[in-house]
Design a protein around this ligand. Structure first.
Ligand code: AVI
Length: 301
């Protein structure tokens, strides 16, 4: 169980997968991040979706089913259903309860939508309900979630998404664009310290999962833009030398040694378009805000 966490901790540069951010507390902290003045992606994407709703609906055309991997509480999906009016919506996520509540709310607010919750870990094969129409599907992947994968995994994810649709289907995906360094770094190191708490919380979660004894108060949040790789990197840095133990193992960290906890890639539009083509999406159109900070892309096979 959770051997991947232990393997990561024992790497020369220790790492913890960002998927472990999202326990109950981490999910609440992420919600708080999306409301921070410095964290522009959620707000910019929401405005884009609202202001360009008509153009997006026209470009996407008829949609039978919206499939949203990582749908969370279904809030963004509900907005999109209001714009596209599909007959079916499939929200996919690992946490059942929040998703089911979200789907119940969607059915209540938009009774013409047959909304389903599918519990799945998206790193595995996705089994959709058999009665979901195959033609005119739209995969919706907002929030620049794709940015948390390294590029080869992101390509793999896009290829997999391509298998969920036929030639009449499409993908609507949000990506965060490269921009001024200060804007990027503030978004991941906010003045109120919410992102720092979010980052440190991963240690409490790991303690519960593998029985380790990390003292989160001994670790500092570090976030910076790696220009060469075009990504924000988040790390936890040891404030002093420390020994971390778990049943059957241990690791000593020197003062200043880091654990790499997240990458958040910022793709220039041409680079992302090339990746879409490689994954089997030959046509794409996009909408960006006036500052060109964020893009919503509609891609088709
Ligand atoms: C979920 N994901 C798109 C966020 C991001 O911006 O990469 C996670 C996050 N990490 C720190 N702040 C937000």
């Amino acid at each position: 169980m959770h051997q991947d966490i232990i393997d990561g901790l024992l790497q020369p540069v220790a790492r913890i997968s960002p998927k472990y951010f999202y326990d109950q507390c981490g999910s609440e902290l992420f919600e708080a991040i999306t409301r921070l003045p410095e964290y522009y992606p959620t707000r910019t994407e929401r405005t884009l979706l609202k202001e360009r709703a008509h153009d997006i609906a026209q470009a996407v055309g008829a949609v039978s089913t919206v499939i949203e991997p990582g749908a969370g509480n279904g809030e963004k999906g509900r907005v999109l259903c209001g714009i596209l009016r599909p007959t079916h919506f499939v929200g996919v996520d690992i946490s059942t309860e929040i998703l089911q509540e979200g789907m119940a709310r969607l059915r209540q607010e938009q009774p013409t939508v047959d909304a389903r919750a599918v519990t799945a870990d998206l790193t595995n094969h996705l089994e959709l309900p058999a009665d979901i129409p195959f033609a005119h599907r739209l995969v919706f992947y907002p929030g620049s979630s794709i940015g948390n994968f390294d590029p080869p995994q992101a390509l793999e994810w896009l290829r997999r998404a391509r298998t969920w649709i036929d030639n009449t289907g499409g993908l609507l995906i949000g990506i965060d664009l490269p921009k001024e360094l200060a804007v990027l770094e503030a978004a991941y190191d906010d003045a109120a310290g919410v992102t720092a708490r979010f980052n440190r919380n991963v240690l409490a979660h790991v303690n519960r999962l593998i029985g380790s004894d990390f003292d989160a108060s001994q670790w500092s949040h570090r976030a910076f833009f790696n220009t060469k790789a075009s990504r924000i990197e988040m790390h936890l840095e040891a404030d002093r030398r420390q020994l971390v133990r778990w049943p059957g193992g241990r690791r000593e960290f020197a003062q200043g040694e880091r654990i790499h906890t997240e990458n958040s890639y910022k793709y220039p539009l041409p680079a992302f378009s090339a990746m879409l083509r490689e994954a089997g999406f030959t046509r794409a159109r996009w909408w960006t805000d006036e500052r060109h900070w964020f893009a919503l892309i509609h891609a088709q096979p």
